[in-house]
Design a protein around this ligand. Structure first.
Ligand SMILES: Nc1ncnc2c1ncn2[C@@H]1O[C@H](COP(=O)(O)OP(=O)(O)O)[C@@H](O)[C@H]1O
Ligand SMILES: CC(=O)N[C@@H](CCC(=O)OP(=O)(O)O)C(=O)O
Length: 299
């Protein structure tokens, strides 16, 4: 075989391997959550944008929900504001809420929209405030049985998918910041981005929820081992939830909510691996952790 053919054939094989996945996912909605901890360098962010645009051109309907925890921390620090987490959520004073909104909607979302739009007029940014996309009431978690006030943190009560669906219909890629309109007053709420992504995936009847983070997936015995659980059912995950450490809690609760509400698979994958989205969607060797509904939920 000539050298040219020799090097070309594996490339064709990769494309052929993608064929059943292209068929399976065609026209399906995929909600991709891009965590602040996975946005570690420019190459990764550019590769993320390429992957999302690839999904769109391959006939899927990607919706991006982004985080920005580390970016919010940095800005709070610069402004001399202290930041504290309780029950895995940021204690959000009114001053901190202004910073959260500015960083998520004004910086992180704008940057992702810009990267995606290097490939064409595709991405449109919005927050949960726009067109009543995400509505929330005050969230008061319980810590050791006691209700705790963590400020302007919202618990999602309603999702209106109208604006996102109109954008998808129009061939656009919605990029959503996890800020909610308030059902209680005329201010806004800070919502964990994993929780927002899961709620949107369920409301949109998405086929897949994909959560990109800074670990390979859900570790079986974290932090003692790095053995990744590759697949688990909703019931198996439900049993693990009480023992999970923060960080993974909103992700895995979100995955459970998604698969219990019509999403076919919810995955946690390593956002530090370039093109992890393409590897997960279009190749036979999925990476990371996949959560599937229980058998009876499929019937
Ligand atoms: N069982 C587990 N498996 C993997 N990571 C875990 C686990 N439990 C807790 N973690 C922590 O969760 C972190 C990911 O959550 P987080 O820092 O909120 O990321 P992101 O910004 O992507 O939302 C990991 O870096 C790890 O420190
Ligand atoms: C209530 C709450 O904790 N909100 C998060 C929202 C951003 C987020 O979730 O970002 P990551 O996905 O990068 O963690 C926060 O203020 O950090």
């Amino acid at each position: 075989m000539s050298t040219r053919k020799h090097t070309a054939l594996p490339k064709a094989q990769i494309l052929v391997e993608a064929l059943p996945w292209l068929t399976r996912h065609h026209g399906k909605t995929v909600v991709v959550k891009f965590g602040g901890n996975a946005m570690i360098n420019e190459e990764l962010k550019a590769a993320f944008a390429q992957d999302v645009v690839f999904l769109r051109h391959a006939g899927l309907k990607p919706v991006v929900v982004h985080g920005g925890g580390p970016q919010i921390n940095a800005q709070l620090d610069r402004q001399g504001l202290v930041s504290e987490f309780k029950a895995g959520l940021r204690v959000t004073t009114p001053e901190a809420m202004d910073v959260v909104r500015m960083v998520l909607a004004g910086q992180v979302q704008r940057e992702l929209v810009g990267l995606l739009n290097q490939h064409g007029p595709l991405a449109v940014g919005l927050t949960g405030e726009d067109a009543h996309t995400i509505t929330a009431t005050k969230h008061q978690p319980r810590i050791e049985g006691e209700l705790v006030d963590i400020g302007r943190v919202g618990q999602i009560t309603d999702i209106d998918t109208g604006a996102i669906e109109a954008l998808l219909e129009n061939g656009r890629i919605p990029v959503v910041s996890s800020i909610a309109r308030s059902a209680d007053d005329d201010h806004v709420y800070n919502v964990n981005a994993d929780t927002a992504a899961a709620a949107l995936a369920a409301a949109l009847n998405a086929e897949t929820l994909m959560v990109l983070t800074d670990v390979e997936g859900l570790y079986e015995d974290w932090p003692h081992s790095d053995e990744v659980i590759s697949r688990l059912t909703a019931t198996e995950l439900e049993k693990l939830l009480p023992d999970l450490a923060s960080g993974m809690v909103p992700k895995m609760e979100g995955c459970l909510h998604a698969v219990r509400n019509g999403v076919t698979t919810a995955r946690v994958i390593d956002g530090r691996v370039q093109h992890s989205i393409l590897l997960e969607i279009f190749t036979d060797e999925g990476i990371g952790t996949m959560v599937v509904p229980d058998q009876e939920e499929l019937t």
